[in-house]
Design a protein around this ligand. Structure first.
Ligand SMILES: [Zn+2]
Length: 306
Protein backbone atom coordinates (compact mmCIF):
# COMPACT_ATOMS: atom_id res chain seq x y z
CA UNK A 1 0.00 0.00 0.00
CA UNK A 2 1.40 3.36 -0.98
CA UNK A 3 1.10 6.41 1.23
CA UNK A 4 -1.54 8.95 0.27
CA UNK A 5 0.44 11.93 1.37
CA UNK A 6 4.01 13.08 0.97
CA UNK A 7 5.09 10.02 -0.98
CA UNK A 8 8.68 10.67 -1.93
CA UNK A 9 7.69 14.26 -2.63
CA UNK A 10 10.52 15.95 -0.79
CA UNK A 11 13.35 13.80 -2.03
CA UNK A 12 12.65 13.01 -5.66
CA UNK A 13 15.96 11.72 -6.99
CA UNK A 14 17.68 13.85 -9.54
CA UNK A 15 19.16 12.42 -12.65
CA UNK A 16 22.82 12.18 -11.80
CA UNK A 17 25.79 10.78 -13.59
CA UNK A 18 27.96 8.24 -11.88
CA UNK A 19 30.67 10.88 -11.83
CA UNK A 20 28.75 12.86 -9.19
CA UNK A 21 29.10 10.04 -6.68
CA UNK A 22 32.84 10.59 -6.66
CA UNK A 23 34.23 13.18 -4.27
CA UNK A 24 36.96 15.67 -5.27
CA UNK A 25 39.61 13.34 -3.88
CA UNK A 26 38.52 10.74 -6.40
CA UNK A 27 37.03 8.40 -3.78
CA UNK A 28 33.74 6.60 -4.17
CA UNK A 29 31.12 6.88 -1.45
CA UNK A 30 31.18 3.63 0.47
CA UNK A 31 28.91 2.07 3.06
CA UNK A 32 31.63 2.92 5.60
CA UNK A 33 31.57 6.60 4.58
CA UNK A 34 27.79 6.63 4.90
CA UNK A 35 28.06 5.07 8.37
CA UNK A 36 30.46 7.84 9.44
CA UNK A 37 27.94 10.44 8.26
CA UNK A 38 25.19 8.60 10.16
CA UNK A 39 27.36 8.63 13.30
CA UNK A 40 27.90 12.37 12.89
CA UNK A 41 24.15 13.01 12.72
CA UNK A 42 22.81 10.35 15.08
CA UNK A 43 25.62 9.13 17.39
CA UNK A 44 25.33 5.58 18.64
CA UNK A 45 26.09 6.90 22.14
CA UNK A 46 22.57 8.40 22.14
CA UNK A 47 20.92 5.01 21.63
CA UNK A 48 19.22 3.36 24.60
CA UNK A 49 21.16 0.52 26.24
CA UNK A 50 18.58 -2.08 25.13
CA UNK A 51 18.68 -0.93 21.53
CA UNK A 52 20.56 -2.31 18.53
CA UNK A 53 21.71 0.29 15.99
CA UNK A 54 24.35 0.59 13.29
CA UNK A 55 25.23 -1.55 10.29
CA UNK A 56 23.13 -4.73 10.12
CA UNK A 57 23.93 -6.06 6.64
CA UNK A 58 26.67 -4.95 4.27
CA UNK A 59 30.34 -4.50 3.50
CA UNK A 60 31.85 -1.16 4.64
CA UNK A 61 34.02 -0.97 1.51
CA UNK A 62 31.08 -1.37 -0.90
CA UNK A 63 30.15 1.60 -3.12
CA UNK A 64 26.89 3.45 -2.47
CA UNK A 65 25.05 5.50 -5.09
CA UNK A 66 21.43 5.18 -3.94
CA UNK A 67 20.11 5.39 -0.37
CA UNK A 68 16.55 4.75 0.88
CA UNK A 69 15.21 5.82 4.27
CA UNK A 70 12.32 3.91 5.84
CA UNK A 71 10.60 3.38 9.18
CA UNK A 72 10.55 -0.42 8.84
CA UNK A 73 12.75 -2.78 6.82
CA UNK A 74 9.78 -4.88 5.66
CA UNK A 75 9.84 -7.19 2.66
CA UNK A 76 7.78 -4.69 0.64
CA UNK A 77 10.17 -1.86 1.53
CA UNK A 78 13.21 -3.96 0.60
CA UNK A 79 11.63 -5.08 -2.70
CA UNK A 80 10.77 -1.49 -3.56
CA UNK A 81 14.27 -0.28 -2.67
CA UNK A 82 15.95 -3.05 -4.69
CA UNK A 83 13.71 -2.29 -7.68
CA UNK A 84 15.07 1.26 -7.55
CA UNK A 85 18.64 -0.03 -7.34
CA UNK A 86 19.33 1.02 -3.74
CA UNK A 87 22.75 0.16 -2.28
CA UNK A 88 21.87 1.15 1.28
CA UNK A 89 18.63 1.16 3.28
CA UNK A 90 18.57 3.20 6.48
CA UNK A 91 15.73 1.92 8.66
CA UNK A 92 14.46 3.44 11.88
CA UNK A 93 13.38 0.13 13.39
CA UNK A 94 15.91 -2.69 13.84
CA UNK A 95 15.35 -5.81 11.73
CA UNK A 96 16.81 -7.89 14.55
CA UNK A 97 16.33 -6.12 17.88
CA UNK A 98 16.35 -9.49 19.63
CA UNK A 99 19.27 -11.80 18.82
CA UNK A 100 18.56 -14.54 16.28
CA UNK A 101 20.16 -17.97 16.01
CA UNK A 102 19.69 -18.35 12.27
CA UNK A 103 19.37 -16.29 9.12
CA UNK A 104 17.87 -19.17 7.19
CA UNK A 105 15.25 -18.07 4.67
CA UNK A 106 12.73 -20.22 6.57
CA UNK A 107 12.14 -17.14 8.71
CA UNK A 108 11.22 -13.70 7.36
CA UNK A 109 14.19 -12.04 9.04
CA UNK A 110 16.66 -14.44 7.42
CA UNK A 111 14.82 -14.04 4.13
CA UNK A 112 15.26 -10.28 4.42
CA UNK A 113 18.99 -10.67 5.10
CA UNK A 114 19.37 -12.93 2.05
CA UNK A 115 17.34 -10.61 -0.15
CA UNK A 116 19.55 -7.70 0.86
CA UNK A 117 22.84 -9.54 0.33
CA UNK A 118 21.73 -11.07 -2.97
CA UNK A 119 20.50 -7.66 -4.08
CA UNK A 120 23.79 -5.99 -3.15
CA UNK A 121 22.13 -3.68 -0.64
CA UNK A 122 23.34 -2.80 2.86
CA UNK A 123 21.02 -2.17 5.81
CA UNK A 124 21.68 0.22 8.68
CA UNK A 125 19.55 1.07 11.72
CA UNK A 126 19.10 4.53 13.26
CA UNK A 127 16.63 3.96 16.09
CA UNK A 128 16.67 5.55 19.56
CA UNK A 129 19.78 7.53 18.56
CA UNK A 130 17.53 9.07 15.90
CA UNK A 131 14.85 9.74 18.52
CA UNK A 132 17.18 11.47 20.94
CA UNK A 133 19.32 13.58 18.60
CA UNK A 134 18.64 17.21 17.82
CA UNK A 135 16.43 17.17 14.72
CA UNK A 136 15.27 13.68 15.71
CA UNK A 137 11.84 12.08 15.50
CA UNK A 138 10.17 14.04 18.32
CA UNK A 139 11.92 17.30 17.35
CA UNK A 140 10.42 16.96 13.88
CA UNK A 141 6.95 16.42 15.37
CA UNK A 142 7.37 19.40 17.73
CA UNK A 143 8.41 21.52 14.78
CA UNK A 144 5.49 20.30 12.66
CA UNK A 145 3.07 21.20 15.47
CA UNK A 146 4.59 24.70 15.67
CA UNK A 147 5.85 24.34 19.25
CA UNK A 148 8.12 26.96 20.82
CA UNK A 149 10.57 26.69 23.73
CA UNK A 150 11.04 23.00 22.95
CA UNK A 151 13.02 20.80 25.36
CA UNK A 152 13.34 17.04 25.90
CA UNK A 153 10.79 15.26 28.07
CA UNK A 154 13.62 13.08 29.41
CA UNK A 155 17.12 14.44 28.90
CA UNK A 156 19.76 12.10 27.46
CA UNK A 157 22.06 10.71 30.15
CA UNK A 158 25.03 10.90 27.81
CA UNK A 159 24.29 13.89 25.60
CA UNK A 160 23.62 17.60 25.24
CA UNK A 161 20.83 19.29 27.25
CA UNK A 162 18.71 19.50 24.09
CA UNK A 163 19.07 15.77 23.40
CA UNK A 164 16.83 13.11 24.89
CA UNK A 165 13.55 11.25 24.54
CA UNK A 166 10.34 13.09 23.65
CA UNK A 167 9.86 16.83 23.53
CA UNK A 168 7.64 19.41 25.25
CA UNK A 169 6.90 22.94 24.11
CA UNK A 170 4.20 25.58 23.75
CA UNK A 171 1.81 26.49 20.97
CA UNK A 172 1.88 30.18 20.07
CA UNK A 173 -1.68 30.45 21.35
CA UNK A 174 -4.17 28.24 23.13
CA UNK A 175 -6.53 26.21 20.98
CA UNK A 176 -9.16 23.56 21.65
CA UNK A 177 -8.21 19.92 21.92
CA UNK A 178 -10.49 19.22 18.95
CA UNK A 179 -8.80 21.78 16.71
CA UNK A 180 -5.34 20.71 17.83
CA UNK A 181 -6.18 17.05 17.15
CA UNK A 182 -7.40 17.92 13.66
CA UNK A 183 -4.15 19.79 12.99
CA UNK A 184 -2.12 16.77 14.13
CA UNK A 185 -4.28 14.48 11.97
CA UNK A 186 -3.72 16.69 8.92
CA UNK A 187 0.06 16.58 9.32
CA UNK A 188 0.52 12.83 9.73
CA UNK A 189 0.44 10.44 6.76
CA UNK A 190 -2.89 8.76 6.04
CA UNK A 191 -3.13 5.34 7.67
CA UNK A 192 -6.18 3.14 8.08
CA UNK A 193 -6.28 3.26 11.87
CA UNK A 194 -6.72 7.03 12.09
CA UNK A 195 -6.01 8.38 15.55
CA UNK A 196 -7.68 8.38 18.97
CA UNK A 197 -8.19 11.25 21.38
CA UNK A 198 -9.00 11.21 25.12
CA UNK A 199 -10.33 14.39 26.72
CA UNK A 200 -12.79 17.24 26.32
CA UNK A 201 -12.95 18.24 22.66
CA UNK A 202 -13.57 21.85 23.72
CA UNK A 203 -10.87 21.96 26.41
CA UNK A 204 -8.05 24.40 25.80
CA UNK A 205 -4.50 23.25 25.17
CA UNK A 206 -1.30 25.24 24.87
CA UNK A 207 1.51 23.17 26.34
CA UNK A 208 2.15 20.05 24.27
CA UNK A 209 4.24 16.97 25.04
CA UNK A 210 5.14 14.65 22.19
CA UNK A 211 6.99 11.38 21.75
CA UNK A 212 7.27 9.75 18.34
CA UNK A 213 6.78 5.99 18.53
CA UNK A 214 5.66 4.23 21.71
CA UNK A 215 5.65 6.71 24.60
CA UNK A 216 3.51 5.30 27.38
CA UNK A 217 6.58 4.90 29.60
CA UNK A 218 6.92 8.69 29.88
CA UNK A 219 3.77 9.68 31.79
CA UNK A 220 5.73 10.79 34.87
CA UNK A 221 7.77 13.17 32.70
CA UNK A 222 4.64 14.34 30.88
CA UNK A 223 2.92 15.17 34.17
CA UNK A 224 6.07 16.91 35.45
CA UNK A 225 6.17 19.03 32.29
CA UNK A 226 2.60 20.24 33.01
CA UNK A 227 1.61 19.52 29.43
CA UNK A 228 -2.06 20.01 28.53
CA UNK A 229 -1.93 17.25 25.93
CA UNK A 230 0.37 14.34 25.14
CA UNK A 231 0.79 13.08 21.58
CA UNK A 232 2.37 9.66 21.22
CA UNK A 233 1.72 6.19 19.77
CA UNK A 234 0.89 2.68 20.99
CA UNK A 235 -0.99 3.84 24.11
CA UNK A 236 -2.01 0.61 25.84
CA UNK A 237 -5.19 0.30 27.91
CA UNK A 238 -3.72 0.33 31.41
CA UNK A 239 -1.15 3.14 31.11
CA UNK A 240 -3.66 5.27 29.19
CA UNK A 241 -6.52 4.60 31.61
CA UNK A 242 -4.35 5.25 34.65
CA UNK A 243 -3.13 8.50 33.08
CA UNK A 244 -6.75 9.55 32.59
CA UNK A 245 -7.62 8.58 36.18
CA UNK A 246 -4.64 10.58 37.47
CA UNK A 247 -5.42 13.62 35.29
CA UNK A 248 -5.86 17.06 36.83
CA UNK A 249 -8.75 19.05 35.32
CA UNK A 250 -8.76 16.40 32.62
CA UNK A 251 -5.14 17.10 31.65
CA UNK A 252 -2.98 15.85 30.14
CA UNK A 253 -5.35 14.94 27.35
CA UNK A 254 -4.10 12.10 25.16
CA UNK A 255 -3.71 11.76 21.41
CA UNK A 256 -2.80 8.26 20.24
CA UNK A 257 -1.36 8.36 16.72
CA UNK A 258 0.07 5.73 14.37
CA UNK A 259 3.50 4.55 15.50
CA UNK A 260 4.58 4.36 11.87
CA UNK A 261 3.09 7.74 11.01
CA UNK A 262 4.68 9.51 13.96
CA UNK A 263 8.11 8.36 12.86
CA UNK A 264 7.63 8.59 9.11
CA UNK A 265 7.59 12.39 9.27
CA UNK A 266 11.21 12.32 10.41
CA UNK A 267 12.46 10.56 7.30
CA UNK A 268 12.38 13.52 4.93
CA UNK A 269 14.35 15.92 7.18
CA UNK A 270 16.68 13.02 8.05
CA UNK A 271 17.31 12.41 4.36
CA UNK A 272 18.00 16.11 3.85
CA UNK A 273 20.42 16.18 6.81
CA UNK A 274 22.28 13.12 5.51
CA UNK A 275 22.43 14.63 2.04
CA UNK A 276 23.98 17.81 3.49
CA UNK A 277 26.63 15.98 5.50
CA UNK A 278 27.61 13.85 2.50
CA UNK A 279 27.59 16.87 0.17
CA UNK A 280 30.03 18.61 2.54
CA UNK A 281 32.37 15.69 1.86
CA UNK A 282 31.86 15.91 -1.90
CA UNK A 283 29.44 13.00 -2.18
CA UNK A 284 26.09 13.35 -3.90
CA UNK A 285 24.28 10.01 -3.77
CA UNK A 286 20.62 9.82 -4.70
CA UNK A 287 18.58 9.70 -1.50
CA UNK A 288 14.86 9.04 -1.24
CA UNK A 289 12.26 8.29 1.39
CA UNK A 290 10.44 5.00 0.88
CA UNK A 291 6.82 5.54 -0.10
CA UNK A 292 5.81 2.11 1.18
CA UNK A 293 3.34 2.23 4.06
CA UNK A 294 4.44 -0.23 6.77
CA UNK A 295 1.67 0.57 9.24
CA UNK A 296 0.28 -2.92 9.99
CA UNK A 297 -3.45 -2.05 10.05
CA UNK A 298 -5.75 -2.15 7.03
CA UNK A 299 -9.18 -1.03 8.18
CA UNK A 300 -11.07 0.01 11.31
CA UNK A 301 -14.64 -0.32 12.54
CA UNK A 302 -15.96 2.47 14.71
CA UNK A 303 -19.35 3.59 16.05
CA UNK A 304 -18.48 7.12 14.87
CA UNK A 305 -18.36 10.41 16.70
CA UNK A 306 -22.00 11.53 16.60
ZN1 LIG B 1 9.33 3.28 16.64
Amino acid sequence: MALDRGTNSAMEPDQQSAQEHINPDGGLLTVGDAMLAIEELWPESLAESWDSVGLVVGRPDREVTKIVLTVDPTEAVIDDALDWGADLIIAHHPLMLKPVNSVSTDHFKGAAVHKLIEGGCALATVHTNGDSAVGGVSDVLADAFGLLNVEPLAKASDGLPEEGVGRVGDLTEATTLGDFAEMVFSILPSIAGGMRVAGDRHGLVRRVAVCGGAGDNLFDQVRASEADVYVTADLRHHPALEAREASVNGRPYLIDVSHFGSEWLWLTPAAAALSNVLADQGFEPEIRVSGVNSDPWDFVLTPGLD
